[in-house]
Design a binder for this molecule. Sequence first.
Ligand SMILES: [Zn+2]
Length: 183
Amino acid sequence: MKVYVNAGHDRHLDSGAVNKGLNLRECDAAYELACLVKKYLEGNGIAVLFGQKDDLYAVCDEANREDCDLFISLHFNAFNGRASGTETLISGSTGSLMLGHCIQSNLRAVLNLPNRGLKERPGLFVLRSTVMPAVLVEVCFIDNDFDWRRYAVHKDDAARAIATGIMQYPGQMKGAALWGEAA
Ligand SMILES: [Zn+2]
């Protein structure tokens, strides 16, 4: 299995969301988490392509050209400083639904923040421009100090939870196929 791990935004060109009080940038948080996820996947023998670029066309093009089996984009949410929780954006295809379910259920179990669930966003650039099952994870709200502190102490668990979700995906798809045959 080959997985494309995209860290959201760009450390030189686009910070993404920020938390001024805690001096955090989404691009840095996403980069750090993506590196941990990559480490855990590679430790389990999974090939990983890593990309963090302002140019999302180049990111998706690379994932498609390299024949990646799965695409995952890591982000942190922001709203009004009080919104809280973990959500995963999916295209709505069966593959993205299953992958999103695997990642979301593992991640919310370790962060234990409000479960904002899976949300269909078929128009999102990285979801519509990739040919393999793809999801975009909004790990927690970076502008909510409570969310961030919870994440900060469980950073490593969060990375492992995401990697575990990715590794559970093939089995889930097989199960879904068998269930489909039986129905
Ligand atoms: Zn973002």
